[in-house]
Structure formats: structure tokens, C-alpha cells
Design a binder for this molecule. Structure first.
Ligand code: 9D3
Length: 249
């Protein structure tokens, strides 16, 4: 996969893209990153990329022309078809199924802006608008890096085999079960006995039960879509009611 990023702060990306997982993914040939400075396509002595909002109002708006010129030039650098993503607070929420979909494309062009917003005509260049969550950041750079990290780790050859297996267990649609390492006893807190038993059947059953318990307590929203047996559903409802009673005390 080839990933192009267009930003007015290209230098912010360098440490993330050269750092451990993303740097290794690039060395392995699974992905290439090309970071572009939007200002290179801006006009005038000041290379301005923003302007006042027609109709008035606070905050500056990103001008369309630099994005259109940049997008055309970058698209032409490689013959493979591009999928263009705009990082913006109004976009679709980034969740794992969307990450998996993005990982199937040959080229991504990621637009990461600053200021209050984009001239709306920029959206005509874009295939998907994506937000990373309902909180206010100062720009689209960190969201772009989150997206790139989550997509790159799924590319063929980037993850080891055991990690791909872990991935499958996540697609149970449950949160992770509690994990422990040595020492077996620490400051009066003991590792659950079943994990020391060597009984792999019992261990797998305990982990699944604890994953359900945790998901019921912390993310009832995802539990609703999880793939549970009828018996497991009953257990989930029981633990939710027990927790509700604890909360009342
Ligand atoms: C008038 C309201 N504006 C400020 C409160 C809207 C606004 C504009 C630009 C809010 C944040 C930003 C900068 N953020 C992003 O560009 C962004 C973002 C985010 O803030 N949260 C989660 N995902 C994303 S993707 C891009």
C-alpha cells in the first residue's frame, strides 16, 4: 500500500512514521509513506492555505485551491487508483471494520487540516470523511496518524502469526480477559488459581467468562452485538444485575 498525507505540519508525522511498527512496516515493503506540505501548492508570497469564512463567523477556513492542486499532483505520481480520506470531526467514526476496509486499498491519500474547517468544495475530492471520536482536537494530524497506525498493522507481513490469532479473538466482539504474569502472588494479590492449573480447557472457559463479565460491566453497547450462546447471554445478564445491586449499596 502507498499512503500519501497532505498537511500544513508535515514534520509532525516524521517521528510516528519512522518509529517502531510503522518504520518496520515500511522497511519490510508492506507500505510506503509520502508526506506532503500543503503550502507547496499554495500561492502568493505568504503561501496562504486559509481565509475568512464567507458569511462571517469565527475562525479561518482552509482554502480549496491548494488541496485540489496537491491532490491532482499526488494522484499522478502513481498509476494505482486512490481512495481519498478527509480527517474531520463530522466524519464517520473510525472503528475496526472501517480500518479493515481501508486496509484493502492500494493507495490512500489522507487530508489532515487545521483551523475551524474546510471549504466545503474540498469534499468533492474525498471518498470518506473520518473522525476518531467525539472529543475536540486542534487538528487532523493526530487522527491521521491514528488511522495510518491502525491500517498499517493489518497489511500482509506486518503482524506476526500469533498476533493475527489474537486479532481473531478480538472479533469475538468482547473485551480482553484479565491477564497476569509472574509473580503468582504480589503484595497479597494472587493470580486466579485456574490459570496455574495447567488445565487448558478450564482456562479457556474461565477467560471467556471473564471477558463476558468485563464487557457487560464496561461496554454493554458492544455486548449487545457479541456472538454469545444462550447460556452466555444469561450469564451476562446475571452479572449486569449483580453489578447494578453492588452499585446501589
Ligand atoms: C465550531 C466548532 N469547532 C471547534 C470546537 C469545530 C472543530 C474544528 C476543527 C473542532 C475540531 C477541529 C480540529 N479537529 C479535527 O480536525 C479532527 C478531529 C477531532 O477534533 N476529533 C476527532 N476526530 C477528528 S478528525 C479531525
Amino acid at each position: 500500500m502507498r499512503i500519501d498525507i497532505i498537511s500544513i505540519f508535515p514534520e509532525l508525522f516524521e517521528p510516528t512514521l519512522s518509529g517502531s511498527m510503522l518504520g518496520i512496516a515500511q522497511q519490510k515493503g508492506a507500505v510506503t509513506f509520502h508526506v506532503h506540505n500543503l503550502r507547496d501548492w499554495a500561492e502568493g508570497r505568504h503561501r496562504t492555505t486559509d481565509d475568512y469564512s464567507f458569511g462571517g463567523g469565527p475562525g479561518m477556513v482552509m482554502k480549496p485551491e491548494p488541496f485540489f492542486r496537491a491532490h491532482e499532483a499526488i494522484t499522478a505520481q502513481d498509476s494505482r487508483p486512490v481512495t481519498t480520506v478527509l480527517m474531520c470531526p463530522q466524519g464517520e467514526l473510525l472503528r475496526q471494520p472501517l480500518v479493515e476496509e481501508l486496509a484493502t486499498h492500494e493507495r490512500l491519500v489522507v487530508l489532515a487540516g487545521r483551523y475551524e474547517g474546510y471549504d466545503d468544495r474540498i469534499r468533492s475530492l474525498v471518498d470518506r470523511e473520518i473522525s476518531i471520536g467525539d472529543y475536540v482536537l486542534t487538528g487532523g494530524e493526530l487522527p491521521a496518524m491514528v488511522l495510518i497506525d491502525s491500517v498499517t498493522r493489518l497489511l500482509p507481513g506486518v503482524l506476526g502469526h500469533d498476533q493475527s490469532a489474537t486479532e481473531e479473538s478480538f472479533s469475538w466482539g468482547l473485551l480482553e480477559y484479565p491477564q497476569y504474569t509472574r509473580p503468582a502472588s504480589f503484595e497479597g494479590m494472587d493470580v486466579p488459581e485456574v490459570l496455574l492449573s495447567g488445565d487448558h480447557g478450564k482456562i479457556a472457559a474461565w477467560r471467556r467468562q471473564e471477558a463476558i463479565r468485563r464487557t457487560a460491566a464496561r461496554r454493554p453497547d458492544i455486548l449487545a452485538h457479541a456472538d454469545l450462546t444462550a447460556e452466555e447471554r444469561l450469564f451476562a445478564e446475571k452479572t449486569m444485575k449483580a453489578d447494578a445491586r453492588l452499585d446501589e449499596r
